[in-house]
Design a protein around this ligand. Sequence first.
Ligand SMILES: Cc1ncc(C[n+]2csc(CCOP(=O)(O)OP(=O)(O)O)c2C)c(N)n1
Length: 424
Amino acid sequence: MAAGAARLVGRLGLLVGRRARNYGRMGYSDSAPSRGPEYTTDLAEATVSLTSKQPLPVYRVLSAGGEMLDPSQDPGLPGETVVRMYEKMVGLCQVDQQLYKAQRMGLISFYMTSYGEEATHFGSAAALHEKDMVYAQYREPGVLLWRGFSLDQMVDQCFNNRHDLAHGRQMPVHYGSPEHYFQFISSPLATQMPQAPGYAHGLKQAGSDNCVIVYFGDGAAQEGDAHAAMNFAATLKCPVIFFCRNNGYAISTPVEENYKGDGLAQRALGYGMEGYRVDGNDVLAVYNVTKKARELVVDEGAPVLIEAMTYRLGSHSTSDDQTGYQDMSEVKDWRERYFPRDRLRGYLQSQGLWDQEKEDELVSVTNETIRSAIKRARAEKKPSLEHMFTDVYDVPPLRLRRQKEEVQAMVAKYPEHFPTASHE
Ligand SMILES: Cc1ncc(C[n+]2csc(CCOP(=O)(O)OP(=O)(O)O)c2C)c(N)n1
């Protein structure tokens, strides 16, 4: 008992000592602070002024037409890598068109396009290592495509057939692939944000050379979880890249109503991280910034924040109608002047790496691949009912086993209401 009390007093003493030291470090003790801010009697010096900092400029490499603006910023990628970026970008644009139509025809329940934001996917994915873990929001399927996830796999997931890696338990576009180091998408906004530093912390503990990237939108950035994620990552020095796609809207809420201040990049300072603002429609600029961020994250073992400025050209999802709140002349302007696909094509053409013949061939082969993928995916069986109960627990608890028996009995009793022939 006495020994326990002594331990407690000792612990309290330790805590009080720590507290006193921390206050001292912050400059709140009576003696002069050994480390930390200086005192001042000039209030202006101690003011964070809204007018003292200009908006952070946006880093770019290519002009809107695709010319290299400053040769010193050329990432020097092999031509075949840039061509691959373009081919994958075309694949994403085409699959977006066809799956959007498939939803309109009632073939799938839901869809979200990435129109206009493709460069954020391919520029960042190309700068990562293949085993860097990805935590995505939902509008980043190009990262998966870059890693080798096929258009067929995308279509299978959206049709929720037996080849869907989530076994039909997710909405369309909620991809995931362990093989491609891509965590499954979660619908509730910002779920992935605190998970990412957690995983990154684990990587660091294990002495891994890999890092984590977490994608999120300007809307998700306003969730409480975004703050928790960035603060944990900064204080625990987790090797994670926070990649914000600032596309101007969170469904119908424009950024002007979403936050005050100069966007997201400058928040990095508040968390004690490096931050960058990049033109999210310029694939080479996104590549350069992500490469630089990855070096910092891995070498310093600390997080970095990237804000990619882009624009959502389509509706938020098939459950939304952008014409109700977006200025369609602005959409047209972004489409005509800054479409990442056209911009990259302009660059490739200027380098003699692309021409109309290659374009026609690529579009026709890609469209055919997607058309036959849709035809095949429609005819495939649905996943087994069994999967409703798998993949959460290693050993399912009793209540889950009981629920499973109940469902099986119900399905067997009313086959006319629960047709299972179309299931695996
Ligand atoms: C916790 C939570 N609140 C609200 C929603 C509904 N919701 C889905 S997407 C979205 C907007 C997200 O905007 P942003 O993060 O900017 O991404 P974007 O869709 O623009 O790519 C909202 C509010 C949700 N999924 N989860």
